[in-house]
Design a binder for this molecule. Structure first.
Ligand code: AMP
Length: 335
């Protein structure tokens, strides 16, 4: 399945997923490595919908990878014996390819359903519901809920989890993929009585040290001739600001509002595996092909990659600069 599914087709897929859920006594949920708000919110939200609708079913969300930033959404489930996977339905959400599924035991499940909004590369499920135009996987889970609202139930916490992923993956409903439907599905979640003041406090309050780090990023960031902003966050810098890897990686978003800068890159040194994580973001011009050239991939304007040396980092910056130069020369209307 790919982008622009007709409404009728989406309805059929959602009903087919619902029938699968009905048919299984045990359901396991899976998400991608390096958990973010969308994959955590969508899996927790789906778990809530299933348990509210079918309290007699067993539903597990088991994952060793955690995010401190998202700990307010609660713990995952404790590990279970491998045999428990064998007769279970696996639902993998927000994960384009099997190599990015965090809990590798997904492969033990009897059947797998894929629900995702990334570019379709690997339709690994017996059902593959992929909507490349959806602003988040959480939007798809909200759509699942709204489409089946006469059959399924949700509680306030699960609605809040789904809403959280919609907010984080769409940059607070600002990014390109946000449609009228996005807001209609978000409205259906808000109708459940979500405490948005507390939610936004969890998501957006910053501590004093983070703001100090932010000011350091603004001091240190560089700009290429044609408007690619970039920063390298060394291991020493991470230590100096007492940052874990994910908090250091968040710096990419600090550079997202520079006039004339259509692409911004964060390089974060990872001394554990001797790599440099690359986070690529852009406005107007797509950059996922650059991520793909450097061992990564992702969305048109938000991708991830890995480089293995400073030389490779510099080559990526040059590629991005060439690309933005060409884009600016052949387009008008960018800012
Ligand atoms: P990140 O900067 O890591 O948040 O990544 C931005 C987007 O690109 C996310 O939707 C990721 O799922 C996707 N992405 C990151 N790294 C990769 C990769 N190595 N391969 C494919 N997609 C990726």
């Amino acid at each position: 399945m790919s982008e622009n599914l007709s409404g009728n087709m989406t309805h059929q897929i959602i009903c087919a997923i619902y029938e699968k859920i009905k048919a299984y006594d045990r359901i396991m949920l899976f998400r991608h490595i390096r958990p973010d708000g969308d994959c955590v919110g969508s899996t927790k939200g789906m778990k809530g919908i299933i348990l509210n609708t079918f309290p007699e079913k067993e539903v597990y969300l088991i994952d060793e990878q955690k995010s401190d930033f998202l700990s307010f959404m609660g713990e995952d489930d404790a590990p279970v014996a491998d045999e428990m996977y064998h007769d279970a339905l696996g639902i993998v959400i927000d994960t384009a390819t099997t190599d990015r599924i965090s809990n590798k035991k997904f492969a033990l499940c009897k059947e797998i359903i894929k629900i995702d909004h990334h570019l379709e590369r690997e339709p690994y499920g017996v059902i593959n519901w992929v909507e490349e135009d959806a602003s988040s996987a959480c939007e798809m889970i909200a759509k699942f809920f709204v489409t089946l609202k006469n059959d399924v139930k949700i509680d306030r916490d699960s609605a809040a989890h789904i809403y959280t992923g919609m907010v984080t993956d769409s940059g607070r409903f600002r990014y390109d993929g946000v449609s009228g439907d996005t807001l209609r599905y978000a409205a259906a979640l808000l109708d459940q009585g979500i405490d948005t003041e507390t939610l936004y406090a969890h998501l957006y309050l910053q501590n004093f040290e983070t703001l100090k780090f932010k000011s350091h990023v603004y001091q240190q960031m560089q700009m290429t001739d044609h408007g690619v902003a970039y920063i390298f966050i060394s291991h020493e810098m991470q230590q100096a600001f007492d940052l874990d890897f994910e908090s250091a990686s968040a710096c990419v978003s600090y550079m997202d509002a520079i006039k004339g800068c259509l692409c911004w890159l964060a390089f974060i040194e990872n001394t554990q595996d001797h790599t440099i994580r690359v986070r690529l973001r852009s406005r107007f011009a797509s950059i996922n092909h650059i991520a793909e050239k450097y061992h990564g991939g992702g969305h048109a304007c938000a991708s991830g990659a890995t480089v293995y040396s400073k030389e490779e980092m510099e080559a990526l910056i040059r590629d991005a600069d060439d690309h933005i130069k060409a884009y600016k020369e052949s387009h008008t209307g960018w800012l």
